[in-house]
Design a protein. Sequence first.
Lengths: 115, 115
Amino acid sequence: DTAVSQTPKYLVTQMGNDKSIKCEQNLGHDTMYWYKQDSKKFLKIMFSYNNKELIINETVPNRFSPKSPDKAHLNLHINSLELGDSAVYFCASSQRTGGGSYEQYFGPGTRLTVT
Amino acid sequence: AQKITQTQPGMFVQEKEAVTLDCTYDTSDPSYGLFWYKQPSSGEMIFLIYQGSYDQQNATEGRYSLNFQKARKSANLVISASQLGDSAMYFCAMRETGTGNQFYFGTGTSLTVIP
């Protein structure tokens, strides 16, 4: 069983388009995240979200918005795509309450290419 | 200041030898967790090992061990008996309890195992 899944795995689109990436976790975790990994492999957290709180990295353009229909899903919407948005986007989940190590489990990533 | 510092952008190790990947962290929170993740060329992020700030003993998971030196704020990953499949990017990360369990990642170390 896949713990954290993302679709699509690859996304090629043109500048100015609007696109979405879907993420689902079946681990029963209470928190989900979106990360952007650039060409130099640097991981930048974009959002963390549980059913009580959305934390937005202030450097993320407001063209990016997370949408959570329920606890197991956190989708990423991107409006007016720009060339600089080309990257690999990772979804992750963790359990942030109740004790434990709270390690994050990552999805396989979505490689977004904007042309 | 950087929360997580990985000073080795690239490392080489001979197959079957041990290798240490460095990680230092910066926090004033007495409660935190330290993690290592592996990212092979296929792109997925794989959780390797966890160390809690109150853990007295160094964490070990198979061939992975975490050399935790709290006073020096270092959390180095030791891989024993390196294998070709260990070639990958390795990321050190920290979770701070005081910031609502926010995660911070380092810039990564690229490890190449030489046959």
